[in-house]
Design a binder for this molecule. Sequence first.
Ligand code: DAH
Length: 347
Amino acid sequence: MKEKLEQIRKITKEKIKDLKSMQELTDLKAKVLGKKGELTEILRGMKDLSAEERPIIGSMVNKVRDEIEDAIKEAQQNIEQALINKKLEEEKIDITLPSVKIKRGSKHPINRVIEEIEDLFVSMGYDVISGPELETDEYCFERLNLPKGHPARDMQDSFYITNEYLLRTQTSSVQARTMMANKNCEPIRMICTGKTYRREDDATHSHQFNQVEGLVIDKKERNVSLADLKGTLEVFVRKLIGENSRLRFRPSYFPFTEPSYEVDVNCFKCGGKGCNLCKETGWIEILGAGIVHPNVLKMNGYDPEKFGGFAFGTGIDRLAMFKYGITDMRYLYTNDIRFLNQFDRKD
Ligand code: DAH
């Protein structure tokens, strides 16, 4: 039995040295130490031994088993390490390789301009207000001094949904909404940016476009004047389009302001000399503005004896065209990737 034990020890240790995989290791373990394994067989045969021999052989078996178990454990660690090394070798990455460029989207030029306008006015203490695109005739026209049948309604061809509801033709509706919401007649300093709709569709007009509206109302004694309107619009246009922009105020007509003005900026293409874009005048119209009409104040809950202020409204799409030198408005809406790519993280 002693020889047999010695033989098992020797052969098993030889085999352990040659182990290559976990599977081989498991098989060998079962063959020697398993239920029907060689060492287990010996332990089973011990019942036939004499009482003197039994403890001697018993302790020998234990020694051999410990030795084999230790060797197997060591082999297991070696195999595991070898597997990890192999994996690391196979999965090695070359961090010096140039990466694949991921194309990121960029903000649409109109959204850029909207954000810029909002930031600018917030920095001057204005609130940014929004209103519904599906608007009532009351807020879009009547409360802005444009009763039903008023000829100035023809200035804006509207998409009516029902007799009462239409897609707003102007963000001016939010002027009325803001005043009406202000039950305590507190001073107002707000802008509203958003989509507007008109029944027109040609090279220079789209049926849907964006406007920004501004409204400042304060107590009469604070004397919000035309000079404040001019100063505000100058800051606005110069920051947005360029510090060298010059403005020209022309008397005009809007039902919600009196006096009313159209505001021109010197042509960004020819610098004011005259070209096809400005129709040889050197000026391009960009804004409508004026002093809020007393009727508008009255109809929206503000006493015109006690309050006064100014308002302005302009098309954001046209401002974006001036800012980025875009010559055709349709580029803004056709989502041509070659056009949009030019605004990649650029300003
Ligand atoms: N709502 C006018 C339009 O769409 C623009 C405008 C003119 C707005 C004068 C105003 C204003 O607030 O005072 O043509």
